[in-house]
Design a protein around this ligand. Structure first.
Ligand code: G3P
Length: 218
């Protein structure tokens, strides 16, 4: 199971990389905008900066919504760095673009997935990753984890090679539940990853160990 960091913030990416448990990064246009990254060249440069910090895959999303535009952008993004995975929305032209890009050996991440049917088409088109957005489903009174379970089962049953990348993760229990149902990757905000460390008994236990040590070692 892999952990990706879901951010375009370079400081957070450095912090997570230093922790030693990060296998990649996912970004999207909203996350790039949050960091104030604007203008084509700045955006491309930012992806390269991210690739130079982390060891694993870095998802960079296309902005076009038509086939020609998506493959042009996809080829340009893929040429930036070997770690780049081209993120493509699960729309009709997006599926065609994923098929084309995968036939050229360009890895893809099919994004904005909210149903098993969309995940099926992404896998048939040869997507490297499929990104179901579990938090946004939960926000709309639909069980996001259940969708992950459904897609994992379908992919396993039919032996699809596409990896299930659980996205829109909001908290630590999302991560744990994704593991339980067999997601290949969880892409998370740094807070959710660091949240996995939290336990009051760990804090109390450490405090007691240090107090006992200090009693005899002043
Ligand atoms: O990578 C896309 C996804 O993680 C979006 O998350 O929190 O905006 O639903 P969120």
């Amino acid at each position: 199971m892999k952990f990706f960091l879901d951010t375009a913030n370079l400081e957070q990416i450095k912090e997570a990389q230093a922790l030693g448990v990060i296998d990649g990064v996912t970004t999207n246009p909203s996350l790039m905008a949050k960091e104030g990254i604007a203008g084509k060249q700045n955006i491309l440069d930012h992806y390269v900066k991210i690739c130079n910090i982390v060891d694993g895959d870095v998802s960079a999303e296309v902005i076009s919504t038509d086939f020609e535009g998506m493959i042009k952008e996809g080829e340009e993004l893929a040429a930036l760095h070997p770690q780049i995975v081209v993120k493509v929305p699960v729309i009709k032209d997006g599926i065609k673009a994923i098929k084309y890009l995968s036939s050229k050996g360009i890895r893809t991440n099919c994004t904005l997935v909210f149903s098993a049917g969309q995940a099926l088409l992404a896998a048939k088109a040869g997507a490297t990753y499929v990104s179901p957005f579990i938090g946004r489903l939960d926000d709309n009174s639909t069980d996001g984890i259940e969708l992950i379970r459904q897609i994992v089962d379908i992919y396993n049953y039919y032996d699809f090679g596409t990896m299930v990348l659980a996205a829109s993760i909001r908290h630590t229990m999302h991560i744990i539940k994704c593991l339980e149902v067999g997601a290949d990757v969880a892409t998370c905000p740094l807070d959710a990853i660091l949240g996995l460390l939290k336990h009051p008994l760990t804090d109390l236990g450490l405090q007691k160990f240090l107090e006992d040590y200090n009693k005899l070692n002043k």
